[in-house]
Design a protein around this ligand. Structure first.
Ligand SMILES: [Ca+2]
Ligand SMILES: [Ca+2]
Ligand SMILES: [Ca+2]
Length: 329
């Protein structure tokens, strides 16, 4: 059992957020609208890690509320690897496999949450799988997985309901596959499932080629967290990464250079409990770092990975000046 599960509190916060957050429909695309991230990225298995993917695999979880009883679909935008959106290295020779899992262990298996590719990360029941290469049919276009029955997922109330796992693996080739995801009620249309959201423990994505865009990720801080350790890969000495929270007004994270991991530890105060952090990824103004792919994950003081949520639970946090001002003696 995962000791970082905080069932009641997390579920209550999720429900409150879903009730009060008018922006809840932004929970359905991945990357999410509030994240302002253009694409997810997975390189082929023969890729060069210096291009920004440390292990050529990405794992995304989707949560559907128990009250939702209809079929749903998972759509992938630009699953193929060619032309308009993707990142070429020599010829287009990359093969990517998308696989969807449900059932017992799909998410509760620690190897899946840790992206431990030597372990049992592909736990659960395989519900659907498809491999893609360079294919004009799926270039700049959607492919739809499903329909799935919500009860085919793994029921984990701590994560909001029925959980499905999508594993994206770069089987071979060396090009970068850029893509987006959408959980939908319709086969041919992106129509959100009320109350559903996505979460991920290790996130790999492309930053904008626009120095004025700021991307965000939103981990949720439960009340037992006293410190976090962040690790990021291949930031390429782009601008800076900072935390905004009720108690932090832009605390800087240590950032990585080319093809390397860097980590830093940050203490968490009680004002930050039961709310999200806004981790902001801010690009260098000049010269622009082009086509920057990065990887990031967070651990708590027990070394457990912490999820990022496609909805900032409790809303996007703001710094509270009253907390930052030290009392005069
Ligand atoms: Ca290639
Ligand atoms: Ca693609
Ligand atoms: Ca990079």
């Amino acid at each position: 059992m995962m000791r970082n599960m905080k069932p009641t509190l997390t579920v209550i916060c999720l429900l409150l957020n879903l009730i009060f957050n008018s922006n809840r429909l932004s929970a359905q695309p991945v990357p999410a609208i509030d994240e302002n991230i253009p694409y997810l990225v997975t390189f082929g298995g023969d890729g060069d890690t210096a291009w920004g993917d440390d292990d050529f695999c990405q794992i995304i979880f989707f949560s559907l509320p128990e009250t939702y009883e209809h079929p749903f679909f998972i759509r992938v935008f630009d699953p193929d690897i060619s032309e308009d959106i993707d990142e070429p290295k020599g010829e287009w020779d990359t093969i990517t496999r998308f696989s969807i899992y449900g059932g017992q262990g799909a998410c509760s298996e620690e190897d899946a949450r840790r992206s431990n590719l030597k372990g049992n990360y592909n736990s659960g029941n395989l519900l659907a799988t498809k491999t893609f290469n360079a294919n004009p049919r799926y270039n700049n276009n959607w492919y739809t997985f499903g329909p799935f029955n919500p009860t085919e997922g793994e029921l984990l109330r701590d994560y909001g309901g029925y959980i499905f796992k999508l594993i994206i693996e770069g089987l071979s080739g060396d090009d970068g596959n850029l893509y987006k995801l959408f959980l939908t009620t319709e086969r041919d249309e992106n129509r959100p499932v009320e109350g559903a959201f996505a979460f991920y423990f290790k996130y790999k994505f492309r930053l904008y080629n626009d120095v004025n865009e700021v991307s965000h990720i939103y981990p949720y801080i439960t009340s037992d967290v006293i410190a976090i350790k962040q690790s990021n890969f291949d930031w390429d000495n782009d601008g800076f990464i900072r935390i905004i929270s009720p108690a932090k007004n832009g605390e800087l994270l240590k950032t990585s250079g080319d093809d390397q991991w860097t980590e830093s530890r940050h203490t968490i105060t009680k004002e930050e409990h039961n709310s999200s952090l806004d981790i902001q990824l801010i690009k260098r103004k000049s010269p622009m770092v082009k086509d920057n792919n990065v990887v990031i994950f967070l651990e708590n003081q027990y070394g457990e990975l912490m999820p990022f949520y496609s909805i900032p639970i409790g809303g996007i946090p703001k710094y509270k000046y009253s907390i930052g001002i030290k009392p005069k003696k």
